[in-house]
Write a protein that binds this ligand. Structure first.
Ligand code: G3I
Length: 351
């Protein structure tokens, strides 16, 4: 039982896809009840899903997600308010297709945050307020948010979220945060926000990692320490371990990357060999060893999905591959990685 193993350390969370939110996956619910004490919705709270048109909100799936979390007393994470992806065009362009003004865009942002965060005030425990604002070279990502508003869009998003629910925890969430330039930029951003009196409670390191990358876990460790020294919570979010070859050696998680399917990139369509299964288990054990050693800094570890069949890594960056990145297999059975994690923690506690 994962949540028992980590009960004195950090929340252990998982993600629910759209079917799971709608209650169409009882096997997944059984696993959540047994192992997890926090949930994040994969898609139903993203802007294009929950607020597709200016005057149209689609709340029912998110309402179901919240009700489920409340019923099972889970720590609820709202994902995500301001992101470069999955944001409809109307947010940035007027009816004549021209870019909106700074004032209009801020108004759109405020309306969205006030409405969504306001609706779930006191229910969602923590929000991913800004997602992926920094590029892999440590520069501000040239998103529409940044192009129209400049760097202070981040501050605005946090301020609106805080006004909408003063008790909710507010997070910055990004991938490849073990890259030194990216880590440094995020440190600088959060330090500036805090010195301006803006409330930021935590930084989520999206754990979209692989069997062999990052090459050294010290790179992740350095970021855990650097972020913790800012006086914020550190979270490992969106954890999965890619076992497939990387096209173009791209190790990030930018949803816009796409490559053509080729057999060499989809080498295990039937099953994962025992030796790779063991490598995956060892990798998970090494990662959890790191998290456990830093449990005084880490408040939550969230896995990006329950079972291999639902992972986004079967569709990205190449559609139609068979990947094995999670802790349960396609038949909802625990993989050797589960035993490896349990053994590691039991042995650490016995020392
Ligand atoms: O909702 C439409 C549906 O109407 C349409 O029929 C279907 C056809 O392709 O697409 C559906 O939307 C898809 C959506 O998932 C819901 O299934 C999008 O195309 C697809 O791009 C989207 O992918 C999600 C991706 O974020 C982009 O939002 C993945 O499920 C989700 O796992 C992934 O998660 C992100 C985190 O939110 C942020 N960090 C990176 C991470 C991985 O990319």
């Amino acid at each position: 039982m994962l949540k028992q193993l980590f009960k004195d350390s950090f929340y252990i969370g998982t993600m629910l896809n759209d079917d799971q939110v709608l209650g169409d996956d009882p096997n997944a619910m059984r696993i959540i009840n047994e192992h997890f004490n926090s949930i994040t919705a994969e898609n139903v709270m993203k802007w294009d899903f929950i607020h597709p048109e200016q005057d149209t909100y689609q709340f029912q799936p998110a309402d179901r997600f919240i009700a489920l979390g409340q019923k099972h007393h889970l720590f609820l994470v709202g994902h995500t308010l301001v992101w470069h992806a999955q944001t409809p065009d109307w947010v940035f362009r007027d009816k004549s297709e021209n870019f909106v003004t700074r004032e209009t865009l801020l108004q759109n942002m405020q309306d969205h945050i006030f409405t969504v965060v306001g609706r779930y005030k006191g229910k969602v425990n923590g929000w991913d307020v800004v997602n992926e604002a920094v590029d892999d070279h440590g520069q501000m990502r040239k998103s529409q948010w940044w192009k129209i508003l400049g760097e202070d869009y981040i501050q605005k998003a946090f301020e609106y979220a805080h006004q909408a629910d003063p008790d909710a925890k507010l997070y910055y969430n990004d991938y490849s945060l073990y890259f030194p330039e990216k880590r440094d930029k995020v440190v600088q951003l959060i330090r500036n926000l805090k010195s301006d009196g803006v409330r930021v409670d935590g930084i989520g390191l999206q754990g979209h990692w692989g069997l062999d990358y990052p090459e050294k876990l010290d790179e992740i460790e350095d970021s855990i320490i650097a972020f913790s020294e800012l006086g914020v919570e550190v979270m490992i979010t969106e954890l999965d371990v890619n076992v497939l070859p990387l096209p173009d050696k791209y190790v990030g998680a930018d949803v816009s990357f796409k490559f053509e399917w080729q057999k060499e990139y989809d080498p295990y369509p039937e099953h994962l060999s025992n030796s790779l299964q063991k490598k995956l288990a060892d990798r998970y054990a090494d990662l959890f060893d790191l998290f456990y050693r830093h449990r005084n800094k880490i408040s939550r570890v969230t896995i990006w999905g329950i079972h291999d069949g639902q992972s986004w890594l079967n569709h990205w960056p190449i559609e139609g591959r068979t990947n094995y990145p999670l802790l349960f297999d396609r038949a909802y059975q625990p993989k050797p990685a589960m035993d490896a994690i349990a053994k590691l923690i039991e042995e650490s506690n016995a020392l």
